[in-house]
Design a protein around this ligand. Structure first.
Ligand SMILES: [Zn+2]
Length: 253
């Protein structure tokens, strides 16, 4: 399994438009962060988690040739706004399977009605195959995927475990029985927004406490704001098995 971090930034990305914050002005490529998404290549199957506003640039940057499925964590724009840009994949492959909570599918149907409609469909519009998921294991082709359920302030969000890899973003609170699904991980990815607390995201301290509890072999932090600080300075202070993810980082498991 190979995982590519397509984007590791919070909702506005880094740099923030018009910002003079030193992190936004940094010339280190690791301080430039598109909106969060990962591509999981699993035995030749390309599974995308979230399809945000930077999707097109991310596919081009990583020369992605086919897309087998999209899993959505939740409906917020930084995780969904790129859905129209699946068109090149749709033209080559046909309808693209999407997996999401019923509430998220409803939101997507409203915002991308021309994609989800079957009547009088514009010939250039992309198509999807809807797969409603609940908080229980599901399969895509021969792959078993386990949702992990948690809260982003009061909004329900799904993370996903695939074998010994788990990806949890926009997490603020989680029940103990959901944490138990994360036993024995090789790699945990979890969000760490900034140093100061936030109402709907883990800050750095909360993310590190969570990693302590889950005890993966290694952990990567994502959904990062410019307010977390410079990549190299923050990473130098992290525990030995914890890393800051950065855009286009590839890891194998
Ligand atoms: Zn988000």
């Amino acid at each position: 399994m190979k995982v590519t971090f397509l984007g590791t930034g919070t909702s506005q990305g880094i740099p923030v438009i018009g910002s003079e914050h030193p992190v936004c002005l940094s010339e280190n490529p690791k301080d430039k962060r598109l909106r969060v998404s990962v591509l999981v290549e699993w035995d030749g199957c390309n599974i995308l988690i979230d399809c945000g506003p930077d999707f097109r640039a991310q596919m081009l940057a990583n020369n992605v040739k086919h897309l087998d499925a999209i899993l959505f964590t939740h409906e917020h724009n930084d995780h969904t706004a790129g859905l129209d840009d699946i068109r090149p994949f749709f033209f080559r492959q046909g309808d693209i399977p999407v997996f999401a909570h019923q509430r998220v599918l409803e939101s997507l149907r409203k915002r991308f009605d021309y994609i989800f409609t079957s009547e009088n469909k514009y010939p250039g519009a992309p198509g999807v195959i809807e797969n409603q998921i609940e908080n229980k294991e599901f399969s895509f082709r021969e792959h078993k995927i386990l949702p992990v359920d948690f809260k982003h302030n009061r909004l329900q969000v799904f993370g996903f475990r695939m074998k010994d890899f788990a990806y949890l973003t926009d997490l603020k609170s989680i029940e103990e029985e959901e944490v138990e699904k994360l036993e024995g991980l090789e790699v945990l990815v979890v969000n760490a927004l900034r140093i100061e607390p936030h109402h709907s995201h883990f800050n750095l301290e909360e993310a590190l406490e969570f990693i302590e509890e889950v005890k993966p072999k290694r952990a990567y932090l994502t959904h990062i704001s410019h307010l977390l600080g410079f990549h190299d300075e923050v990473e130098a202070r992290l525990p030995e098995n914890v890393f800051l993810a950065y855009d286009n980082l590839k890891i194998t498991l």
